[in-house]
Design a protein around this ligand. Structure first.
Ligand SMILES: N[C@@H](CCC(=O)N[C@@H](CS)C(=O)NCC(=O)O)C(=O)O
Length: 343
């Protein structure tokens, strides 16, 4: 059973969550579907599994990255929700992920070509919530890994999904063989311990830390998250300062994959939207070169979309007007093609 477990690298401590939320702290809930490909009910087979994602969601970005990097784009189908969830006027209620390829994005003034209808269940549901309701669940989050054959949700925890796609890539029909397919979580005890340690720092201070800063309505909670975020960036900048290409050394691992979605969003989105204006990634030469190096890896660039990120993070807040910057030193994501910008 290949799963990431429920430690601090996967989910937040839920103790006293209601009071913490009442005091203005953003506390992320936990995922309830934790089956695994490889279980008796969910054998690893090509073409059997489907992903429901939103491209602005950094947790979904983990699984779209794994699908792309591991050569699984043809054997695992995927639907993409519109980046903005339903509004107050929606008959089904607000804050629900919607599969509406015709919906117009304020940023572009047109529908978003990556958005799809819901094609995984055969029911053509409008809302992700309906996929959960069919299982008797009140959850409503993305990503969702779905079994098209049994018509059941396998898992909705990105840390698990990424780990099980890596462990079952060959049996799932990866188009990459042997050395061409990265091993994201190599079975080497010391290296796994190092990856686990990085995962915990990156999840608590950076991936979820960004939300703790941007979505908390309490100055001291924000300040604690802000400081922890930039301390973690400084720590990782130092870790890369010995010239290693990736966080644990010569090879790209799960720790790199987990860090990428947040740093990809930092300069063009989080710097403004999450009030993380302590510095840009451009101000960290080693992290900038790492970001450009990962962005250039096969299967990475097409696994994300800054248009969806901008539309999603700004499209419903900030009176729906989406900031267009940064323009200097150049536009994003084009800037990720230029590691020399920090030379
Ligand atoms: N722990 C989950 C978190 C997933 C999550 O929080 N997704 C957000 C989108 S960024 C969501 O759908 N939130 C809506 C909700 O939970 O109602 C994972 O990593 O997969």
């Amino acid at each position: 059973m290949i799963k990431a477990g429920d430690d601090a690298s996967v989910q937040e401590d839920q103790s006293d969550a209601a009071n913490r939320r009442a005091r203005g702290e953003f506390v992320r809930g936990v995922s309830g579907f934790r089956h695994a490909i490889g279980d008796r009910d969910f054998p690893a087979e090509p073409g059997r599994y489907h992903l429901f994602v939103a491209l602005n969601c950094p947790w979904c970005h983990r699984v779209t990255l794994a699908r792309g990097i591991l050569g699984l784009r043809d054997s695992i189908t995927m639907d993409v929700a519109f980046p903005n969830r339903t509004g107050e006027d929606d008959p089904a209620g607000p804050n629900l992920w919607e599969f509406r390829p015709d919906r117009v994005a304020t940023l572009t003034g047109a529908p978003l070509p990556e958005c799809t209808a819901e094609t995984g269940t055969g029911q053509r549901y409008r809302l992700a919530k309906q996929i959960y309701r069919a299982e008797g669940s009140e959850e409503q989050s993305v990503p969702i890994l779905y079994d098209k054959q049994s018509g059941h949700i396998v898992n909705n925890e990105s840390a698990d999904i990424l780990r099980m796609l890596d462990a079952n890539a060959e049996a799932l029909g990866s188009s990459l063989t042997g050395g061409d397919r990265p091993d994201l979580y190599p079975d080497i005890a010391d290296l796994r311990a190092e990856i686990d340690g990085l995962n915990e720092l990156i999840y608590t201070a950076i991936n979820n830390g960004a939300y703790k800063a941007g979505f908390s309505a309490d100055q001291s909670v924000y300040a604690t998250a802000f400081n922890a975020y930039f301390e973690a960036l400084a720590h990782l900048e130092h870790r890369l300062s010995d010239g290693r290409p990736f966080l644990t050394g010569q090879t790209f691992t799960e720790a790199d994959l987990r860090l990428f979605p947040t740093l990809y969003r930092h300069d063009p989105v989080y710097y403004v939207r999450m009030k993380l204006n302590g510095a840009r990634i451009l101000d960290y030469p080693h992290l900038w070169r790492w970001l450009c190096r990962v962005h250039a890896l096969p299967g990475v660039a097409e696994s994300g979309s800054l248009i969806h990120c901008r539309q999603g993070y700004f499209g419903r807040s900030w009176n729906g007007v989406v900031p267009l910057g940064p323009l200097k030193p150049m536009r994003y994501p084009q800037a990720y093609g230029h590691p020399e910008l920090v030379d």
